[in-house]
Ligand binder design. Sequence first.
Ligand code: CA
Length: 203
Amino acid sequence: MKLVQVCLMVVVASASVWAEPVLYNGGFEKLDLNGIPSKFKYHANDEDSARNRDWTYTPLAGVTRFDGFPGGFAAQDGVNMGLLQQESEIAVTIEDFEPGKEYEVTWYEAGRKFNESRGGGTLAVVMADANGLENLVPLGAAHVVSNFNQWERKSGRFTATAPVHRLRFSHLVGKDGQGQPLDVTTFIDHVSIRAVSDGAPSN
Ligand SMILES: [Ca+2]
């Protein structure tokens, strides 16, 4: 094989790797919660969140270990999972999309059994523009999460319209007799993304 052929193969291989969008910290494992007595953290934003390299969390969203929130259960992967309590959102900016190409986002979700008597929260998963405010494409319908302490795999597809999009997990709950949001929590874990056309197995 000629040197030029080898070089071309290396270039092609590199291009195919770097063209794929990367979802950092899809399993919420980056944060070590062992040093926190409660073993969970609301509003778990860090410097990578500000750099669009990790999730952002609204004040009642965050990360918990499997043994953090009371009545917790095993994570889908690793030891941590994302938590969405009452009205809250976990979102992340993802780069390197190829406009016109179809992608699939896969995640696992479960309601917190501790709150089962109050019904589940409603989860809406949306792919938006880079700012997260426009061109909202639902990844499946918004739905009540009624599988408590039991992971359910979900997925949704969308076609990229720009190189950068924002993935949003938004949580809504009902109101109590005083009009206050019910204390209901939904967990998410093992979020991943892939190009549909590459034929790679979903996980
Ligand atoms: Ca995890």
